[in-house]
Ligand binder design. Structure first.
Ligand SMILES: C[S@@+](CC[C@H](N)C(=O)[O-])C[C@H]1O[C@@H](n2cnc3c(N)ncnc32)[C@H](O)[C@@H]1O
Length: 811
């Protein structure tokens, strides 16, 4: 048996590594182990393993190496550093399975280091594990592995040997994706390990019998895996030590560092991390993490008599359950939102977490609706609870009761208070009946309170400086001050002034609480937005533009969103089918049509690459269709997807950027304005001092214009959108010869083709705060010719986009 299995080297024989390595020995592998701790090597020898005194000695001649050290620094040291590093003797083409929990960017950098060291032949596998010591020892771990196809072909049998067959997750995305998956799982672990201590500490402070409180939680919908596995050790003086505080604090550090790198808010994990630090400060680092209950009980009895309101055990247990329900719901939302932000497949994340140590009833119950909201692009908007579904307000109410009782008895609820804040943020719009899963809505709006606070601080500073005569000009700051001081009061401000206030205009938009538009000028030029400019959130149709009769209008009659992917959907009439004929459930023939957006997976809602490349028009389902508003073929219809900031550039007037990262293919915003006839547009061009200047704001809706069309609306001169004086934030987007956005014609009702939308989509991933740009010049040939003619050149406007591809001139 042994000679049929390849020899394996195993570096790192800590609690988990020892279990995994001895399991392989039991399965008949010749395993050579290395660890810096001598007694462990002796133990491994006694368990049938072979031992080596250096990593280089361990891996020599073995086609497989599993590395299970504790940290990225240790991995770097044993694999790459010094004369005894594994890399010096690892055979050509060997599979290297890094199973330690490390940051995604470390394992990606390891791949590069191997390349740079001339060891690109090594088949690296990014394969962190989860499941605890017992499952490591019996080969039933959850393993999340990202790697190349070549590495998968070689490493799969060994991975399968160590994993439960249903829990070996091959994560799409290559090296780094496995670590990201583990990181997201650890969001749940980090929060729920502490929540076990917090809830039992609260129970203790309430005077409950801990075994009774534990049993009530285990039988309830507040159940979570960590609670079930941590609380028994709270009743046996934190013994045996199964997982030390020092371990979870390492993983928590990886999560919060990656969150900072991705500019993602991890409210609960960050709070948990601080509590863990408080724990290690008291010397609890090497202790079992269940021992953190001591942080919650140490104050008991030290602050004189306290009086809670809960009168009996039943009422007290309800408070404990309310606390855990709120925290586990927020943990599920935080983990899934982070998974979405790092581009993981949410279905796979769900499947993994629900079956691993991150599992909870809250994730099981609310995870699917949160995932659906991300897929539809509605996660930031909130949604109503289904009939009989759990309403977020009720979870908030129970959690608030727990937080208030804890305040009365002076007991700390770190996670409970943070969760209540997250839920209150999500409920801020005041929408009644918001579904429990809609707590995820608080993720995008985390920025909002900070923005408001920052604005207020600025305002107070301005008031102070104006009061002292330090600000004299009519700057953006002074306008902000005017707005904050006078426009909030009923009847206080001159109605015209209020009507013309840009801040009042943008604050009146429905999306203001979730996707705010902000205006900022940090240059010294004191400029404000043009006073004659007005913000709108829908285009305005000029009175002389003929409006189509209702009898021409049509939408699809698809019974469900699934049907909108087939040629039976009228909205897709003008697209070619891309599959052979198939039959629906009634035997009716139909063919699949690929509409403009990805409909599922990590790219759901993003525009497909072929559209980004060709600029082809987009046909969407719309308000006149029978499919539901969350049909995946309604993206532009749902409106702007990101907050935007209009900022003053140093050299090109105002520009636009986004405080959040934008993904390739993501819809950003429409170009809005007054929709006017072609004749009116020409009249405005003539009246302008410089036609080319006016042209910048005029966009012809000519994507479907055709002089031979039978539709007079398409045969005549096209309508145009004028955004100079009335528009949305996209009117301030500057030109670049190497842009990050592109404009697309988007049609809803086919009867409206002459009045199509102009939707701006991201051509590539755009980091937060990078200026947004699109190419103003659709055909640059004439421009290049003119630039060679000195007489024309002198009247041309120089382009300041500053990119390597700059053509030199705007027009
Ligand atoms: C649609 S507006 C964009 C917003 C504008 N920056 C503002 O402050 O209102 C177009 C005008 O911005 C300026 N602009 C935009 N992109 C530019 C570029 N790449 N180089 C120079 N000027 C640019 C030009 O003055 C142009 O007429």
């Amino acid at each position: 048996m042994a000679d049929q299995k390849p020899p394996v080297s195993f570096i790192g024989l800590g609690a988990m590594g020892f279990g995994m390595a001895t399991h392989l020995v039991k399965q008949g592998y010749a395993v050579t182990g290395f660890d810096v701790w001598g007694p462990t090597l002796e133990k491994f020898k006694a368990a049938g393993g072979l031992t080596a005194t250096t990593p280089a000695e361990a891996v020599a001649g073995k086609a497989f190496c599993v590395c299970m050290v504790a940290t990225a620094q240790q991995a770097q040291s044993v694999l790459l550093e010094g004369p005894n590093a594994a890399i010096t003797t690892l055979p050509k083409g060997a599979a290297l399975l890094l199973s330690s929990t490390v940051p995604c960017d470390y394992v990606q950098s390891l791949e590069k280091s191997l390349e740079a060291a001339g060891r690109g032949d090594v088949l690296l596998v990014d394969s962190p594990v989860s499941g605890g010591v017992a499952r490591a020892a019996d080969g039933t771990l959850s393993i999340m592995a990202g790697m190349s196809d070549a590495a998968l072909a070689v490493a799969r049998p060994l991975l399968a040997e160590m994993a439960d067959p249903a829990k070996l997750y091959i994560v799409q995305g290559g090296i780094g994706a496995g670590s990201n998956m583990k990181m997201v799982h650890q969001v749940l672990a980090a929060i729920q390990i502490l929540a076990a201590s917090e809830s039992m500490g609260f129970a203790d402070q309430l005077g409950l019998d801990l075994a009774k409180a534990q049993a009530a939680v285990l039988a309830s919908d507040a159940w979570n895996w960590m609670f079930e596995h941590r609380t028994p050790r709270m009743l046996t003086e934190f013994k045996p030590i199964a997982s030390a505080v020092n371990i979870i604090i390492k993983d928590t550090g990886i999560i919060t560092a990656e969150a900072r790198r991705s500019a993602f808010p991890t409210l609960l994990t960050s709070v948990a991390e601080q509590v863990y630090y408080a724990g290690i400060g008291r010397g609890f680092g090497p202790d079992d993490d269940s021992s953190l209950i001591r942080l919650y009980t140490e104050g008991k009895g030290k602050i004189g008599p306290v009086h809670g309101l809960a009168e009996n055990d039943e009422a007290k247990i309800e408070l404990v359950l309310g606390l855990l329900r709120g925290v586990t719901l927020c943990a599920a939302a935080e983990a899934l939102a982070f998974a979405d932000a790092v581009g993981l497949d949410l279905d796979q994340v769900f499947d993994l977490c629900i079956n691993a140590a991150g599992g909870s009833k809250a994730l099981e119950k609310f995870g699917p609706e949160i995932i659906k909201a991300f897929r539809n692009g509605t996660a930031g908007q909130g949604w109503a609870a289904a009939d009989g579904g759990v309403v977020l307000e009720s979870i908030a109410g129970e959690l608030q009761a727990a937080v208030e009782e804890a305040q009365r008895i002076k007991a700390p609820l770190f996670l409970g208070s943070a969760s209540l804040t997250a839920i209150r943020l999500a409920l801020q719009t005041g929408t009644a009946g918001l579904a429990a899963g809609a707590v995820v809505k608080s993720r995008p709006t985390f920025y909002q309170p900070y923005l408001i606070t920052a604005n207020q601080i600025c305002t107070y500073l301005v008031i102070f400086r104006v009061g002292r005569g330090l600000i004299k000009n009519h700057s953006m700051e002074a306008i902000t001050k005017q707005h904050f001081l006078h426009h909030g009061k009923a009847n206080a401000a001159d109605p015209d002034e209020k009507d013309n206030c840009h801040l009042c205009q943008i604050r009146s938009f429905e999306t203001h609480s979730t996707l705010p538009i902000t205006i900022i000028n940090t240059t010294r030029d004191g400029a404000t937005l043009p006073p004659d400019f007005r913000f709108i959130d829908k285009s305005i149709i000029a009175p002389d533009v003929p409006v189509l009769e209702d009898s021409f209008r049509a939408g699809c009659s698809c019974e469900d969103n699934e049907e909108c992917m087939y040629d039976t959907c009228h909205c897709l009439d003008e697209l070619a089918p891309d599959s052979d004929e198939e039959s629906d459930e009634f035997g009716e023939p139909r063919r699949r049509k690929r509409f403009a957006y990805h409909s599922q997976g990590v790219k759901a809602g993003l525009l497909r690459s072929n559209y980004l490349e060709t600029g082809e028009q987009i046909y969407e389902c719309h308000a006149g269709c029978s499919c539901s508003p969350d049909c995946p073929n309604r993206v532009v219809e749902r409106g702007r997807t990101v907050p935007l900031q209009i900022f003053r550039t140093e050299d090109r007037g105002w520009g636009v950027r986004c405080p959040l990262p934008i993904r390739k293919g993501q819809f950003v915003d429409r170009y809005l304005g007054e929709i006017i006839t072609g004749e009116e547009a020409d009249r405005r061009r003539e009246a302008a001092e410089m036609a080319a200047h006016k042209d910048v704001y005029l966009f012809a809706l000519d994507k479907f214009s055709d002089k031979d069309s039978l539709n007079p609306m398409l045969a005549g001169s096209p309508l145009e959108v004028d955004g100079e004086y009335i528009s949305g934030p996209s009117r301030f987007i500057n030109h670049s010869c190497d842009p990050n956005l592109r404009s697309f014609a988007r049609v809803g009702d086919h009867a409206d083709k002459h009045m199509h939308d102009l939707g701006l989509f991201a051509l590539r991933d755009i980091p937060q705060y990078e200026e947004l740009t699109f190419d103003y010049v659709s055909k640059s040939g004439d421009l290049e010719e003119d630039a060679h003619d000195p007489s024309k050149r002198q009247d041309m406007t120089i382009c300041l986009c500053g990119t390597e591809k700059c053509r030199g001139f705007l027009w």
